[in-house]
Design a protein around this ligand. Structure first.
Ligand code: FAD
Ligand code: FES
Length: 219
């Protein structure tokens, strides 16, 4: 893990989302499902973001502008600079025989990098509109569902599910695939275990998602 000031290379629109591409500097991209803390201009605390793509010399993050921090990140321009810390947390285990990637909404963010690491396995992605579904272009070998059809309708049995998405989607995936690997979210202040801001109760146990997750086994 290291912290560096990196330069913005580009900020591209993908449907309603923004793909923020920064020069990599000497930061290791880590593994799929790991995350980085990104300085959000004008905000006190950095914001956690999954690595979306690790093109040579770059780190790319897919961002949904839902509040002041993410809006500031999406407004960055070429040659602006920001501090980036990472890679952080535990990502997806890649030792799976029949991988199926499952994503919902902005939860597809870590899947392009995960798909590359696994050689382009099948993926099922769910979105709330056709506009949001434009982000499916970032993931190869996909089947897309748009609400009112939920992505869980596209999950066949017998697959090793690796999923990221909103909490209710992850709970539903967990019911269908008890051995799934699930990438959870919680608001995070430090990203490396010091503040307990990300502590969540899962099955009666308190876990700091930034160090014990964000990817946890469903079982
Ligand atoms: C490990 C991890 C990886 C993430 N990866 C991505 C990513 O790749 N792309 C992306 O767009 N977002 C990602 N997020 C979510 C992102 O960090 C938050 O959306 C962001 O911090 C919100 O900041 P804000 O200032 O824009 O909005 P805020 O004003 O901080 O939040 C807006 C609303 O969202 C709620 N909220 C904020 N953060 C979270 C959270 N983590 N979980 C649940 N509710 C939250 C707040 O309570 C508030 O209601 C990730 C979060 C985690 C923990
Ligand atoms: S974000 Fe500080 S302990 Fe997890």
């Amino acid at each position: 893990m290291r912290r560096e000031r990196l330069s913005v290379l580009a900020n591209e629109k993908v449907g309603p989302y923004t793909l923020l591409r920064v020069g990599r500097g000497r930061i290791d991209p880590g593994g799929p499902g790991q995350f980085f803390m990104l300085e959000a201009p004008g905000r006190l605390l950095p914001r956690p973001m999954s690595l979306c793509l690790a093109l040579p010399g770059e780190l790319a993050f897919l961002i949904d502008a839902i509040g002041p921090g993410t809006r500031a990140l999406c407004a960055l321009e070429e040659r602006d600079e920001l501090h980036v810390l990472g890679p952080l947390g535990n990502g997806f285990r890649l030792d799976v025989e029949r991988p199926l990637l499952v994503g919902g909404g902005i939860g597809i963010a870590p899947l392009p990098y995960l798909s590359e690491a696994l050689g382009g396995p099948p993926a099922v992605l769910g979105f709330r509109s056709d506009w949001h579904a434009e982000a499916a272009q970032l993931v190869p070998n996909v089947q897309v569902s748009v609400e009112p059809t939920f992505v869980t309708a596209l999950i066949p049995g017998g697959m090793d599910v690796l999923a990221c998405g909103p909490g209710p989607m992850l709970e539903a995936v967990r019911g269908l695939a008890p051995t799934a690997q699930l990438a959870w979210e919680a608001p995070m202040a430090c990203g490396y275990g010091a503040c307990y801001g990300c502590a969540v109760e899962i099955d009666g146990a308190i876990k700091r998602l930034c160090v014990e997750g964000p990817v946890l086994c469903a079982a």
